[in-house]
Design a protein around this ligand. Structure first.
Ligand code: MLT
Ligand code: ZN
Length: 478
């Protein structure tokens, strides 16, 4: 019985599977609503990520209960997989057989909203969309936003350092986090719920846990920064002369004084893919080489500033068409187009999907190098590059030729695609893992591309904070 379980072994003692006795211990700690058993625990698996294999899911209702569960797991050598909304792309919540899923869904309270302090305190299981709405009600803005915000939880967003649409102006999840409450791998509660912008109290352990994908500790609550609500958000969709003019246009807008909060690229074929399901109309000429969605946080004069800058860009030929949303409803439709690109990729199924970032000045050359490299490789497969170009983060997707499935792609094409995208990003001082994390799917890339000293330091950190290797075994560091 003891010998089965997880592959998370190297350097660590073997983990045990959950026996009936251990399940009873967990249930004793959490009550009957606190433990779910059997097939029901497998969380849905978005975008083709295989579902979890765990047969036990703990559902604590307080930080004290999380601590209790972690103490049991440490004593019994049980692997623990913290679970938020399961909206990630890298299999970080795909729990191996015999491990315990630790769902934070019951811990969803907004503990306090403090406009005077410019912050909100929320439990980890609170949906990002609910925290945003609470901020709005208090005439403030929570500046983290991404497609899955309706089902993603704050704890997961922090654990993966989610990025999204406004990172260009406000940074990723870590940049809006002022404090956290967490439970360590041996079940101690750390109260780090500070509410200040400046805090140089030794090592920044909060930032160590943010982005650690549940491999070091469990984030149970957080204080997030609130920003003043913009008077207005003005959104435009433009048709670009080529992918190569993207960053030039961004710089023109910024140079004119526009506070650009989002700048999303639809590379060649991206807008057409978004429109494929027929539910939306193209606001501009869909046959243009590429498109961008631009949003600015606006005051009274901003609309004319945006329009004047786009008029100049039209004159110079770097864009061929532009439509500025005239209503909130039209703005929402523009954003739906952006999200429809991601949906289109899910619908088509992908052969490979990379999430890279490159320095802004290199973005055009990077894309053209990838296209060049693919000429020899990709055959009829479709290459769609899109995403958060304004902060240098692109989602690069290789889709099967129309009418084909990913399984029909030439053998090894996915590996060759990843090699091309990753090595070109690294060569340009970029990242092969921009906003989706390492999870289970990018561990071999981590071993291959990461500086060996950096990897050794990461292993030391893992060993120091999780000496038994029970935290999300098999993720980031095996
Ligand atoms: C997005 O920006 O829509 C998401 O990160 C998903 C993706 O990889 O396409
Ligand atoms: Zn993204």
């Amino acid at each position: 019985h003891r010998a089965s379980l997880c592959k998370a072994r190297s350097g660590y003692q073997m983990l045990n599977p959950i026996s009936e006795r251990i399940a009873a211990r967990i249930e004793g700690a959490l009550g009957p609503r606190g433990l779910v058993e059997g097939e029901a625990v497998a969380p849905h698996a978005p975008y083709g990520v295989p579902a979890s294999q765990a047969l036990h899911m703990a559902r604590p209702s307080s930080t004290a209960e999380v601590a209790h569960v972690l103490r049991i797991c440490a004593e019994e050598r049980i692997g623990v997989v913290p679970l938020g909304g399961a909206t990630g792309f890298v299999g970080g919540t795909r729990a191996p057989q015999g491990t315990l899923l630790l769902s934070m869904a019951r811990m969803n309270t907004i503990r306090a909203i403090e406009p005077a302090n410019g912050c909100i305190e929320v439990e980890a299981g609170c949906l990002l969309a609910n925290a945003q709405a609470a901020a709005m009600d208090a005439s403030m803005s929570l500046s983290l936003s991404f497609g899955a915000e309706g089902s993603a939880q704050i704890g997961g967003a922090l654990a993966t350092n989610a990025g999204g649409f406004r990172a260009l102006r406000f940074g990723s999840a870590r940049d809006i986090c002022l404090g956290i409450e967490a439970v360590t791998s041996d079940g101690a509660i750390w109260n780090g719920l500070r509410k200040v912008r400046k805090d140089n109290t030794g090592y920044d352990l909060k930032h160590l846990l943010i982005g650690s994908e549940g491999t070091l500790a469990v984030i149970c609550a957080a204080v997030l920064r609130l920003d003043p609500k913009p008077v207005q958000r003005i959104c435009a969709v433009v048709a670009l002369q080529s992918e190569g003019v993207t960053i030039g246009l961004l710089r023109q807008l910024q140079g004119a004084g526009a506070v650009v909060s989002a700048f999303e690229l639809f590379g060649e074929g991206g807008l057409a893919l978004a429109l494929e399901d027929g539910s939306a109309m193209a606001p501009v000429n869909v046959d243009a080489a590429a498109h961008a969605l631009i949003e600015i946080d606006a005051d009274a004069g901003s609309r004319s500033l945006l329009e004047a800058t786009l008029a100049k860009a039209l004159e110079s030929g770097i864009i061929s068409d532009a439509v500025v949303a005239q209503s909130e409803a039209q703005r929402a439709r523009f954003w739906q187009l952006r999200e429809a690109t991601t949906d289109g990729i899910g619908r088509a199924g992908w052969i490979a999907s990379a999430d890279v970032s490159v320095p802004l000045g290199e973005l055009a050359a990077y894309l053209s190098d990838i296209r060049e490299g693919l000429k020899q490789e990709a055959g009829a497969a479709r290459f769609i590059a899109y995403g958060h170009a304004g902060d240098g983060n692109l989602h690069l997707n290789l889709l099967p030729a129309k009418g084909e499935t990913p399984e029909q792609a030439p053998v090894g094409l996915d590996a060759r695609f990843y090699r091309l995208c990753y090595s070109q990003a690294m060569r340009r001082s970029g990242s092969f893992s921009a906003e989706h994390g390492i999870g289970r799917t990018k561990m071999s890339a981590l071993a291959h591309y990461l500086d060996p000293v950096e990897l050794a330091l990461m292993k030391s950190v893992k060993h120091a904070l999780d000496p038994l290797g029970i935290m999300n075994p098999g993720v980031i560091i095996d």
